[in-house]
Design a protein around this ligand. Sequence first.
Ligand SMILES: Cc1ncc(COP(=O)(O)O)c(C=O)c1O
Length: 319
Amino acid sequence: MRIVESVLDLIGDTPMIRLQKITRPPDIADIFVKAEYMNPSGSVKDRIAVKMIREAEREGKLKPGYTIIEASTGNTGTALSFVGSYLGYRVAIYMPEGMTPERVRLMESYGAEVHQLKLDASSEDASVAGAEVEIGTRLRCLELERTQPQTWWARQFSNPANTRAQVRTGKEILRQMDGRVDTFVASIGVGGTLYGVAKALREELPGVKIIGLEPASARFPISEGHTRIPGFGDEVTGGIIEEMMESGIVDEVVKVTNEEAVAMSDRLVKEEGLFCGVSSGANVFHALKVAEELGEGKRVATVLPDSRDRYLSEKKYTT
Ligand SMILES: Cc1ncc(COP(=O)(O)O)c(C=O)c1O
């Protein structure tokens, strides 16, 4: 095992695992999962936190003494709490009320302030839903950005450094799979993972199929042409998702229900020993469908975005 001088050097270069049990029928394609929950703060968002912060520092938008702010239902808030506090910044995360207490404690453990806002837009399916639940907290960040000096809002939903960080994830996938990937599947939150990985894969593999997933409960489904939340301007919606869908890089967006996602995440833990969260279940649920369609000899890749530790007190995991 190598010795590193900074915990930030442990971000990325995550392992890739070929599923063994979930893909047991011999005539289906192989499924490869990239264990992003093994990043230091437990999710794929460590990659974007360090990239967004470093680029903002280089551009002079983030300076010593500043406060990093973000609207997040969990992982980006945790990742910014981790990287931001480690680099000496104050970090304040705005999240809708009703998220699991573990998420708040994770951020506070790293030293961040967590502000839980009472908002109308919260959703039962927050564990797999994306932007909809974040609009209210993004509006609060916008107000702070406009009124508080020495504040830097990371804006993960429209920050191009997010996508650039995930291009590296795609390059790692290509390297780990010796450039042989038939289909890549990933759930869409703010879109950075799917867009960044898709960009890297398409550059090397023009024929690779790119499939995005969204919660079946989404009120403004991307699969039905919604790339922004109606009634809000560019400053709090659109962003990466809009650019990604307009670019044509995504072949298909498919809906997955919360029940399907939770059931598959349970299987991933029990059968494969992979301690991952709900969106990992969604990703593998659909990857399995694709593997059955493609058949033997083909290769499907996906990511396990976060760790299950942040969902343990959710009711669906205690029954
Ligand atoms: C658990 C989980 N899975 C998947 C995603 C989707 O990633 P992205 O925001 O890059 O689309 C997110 C991010 O919102 C997430 O927190």
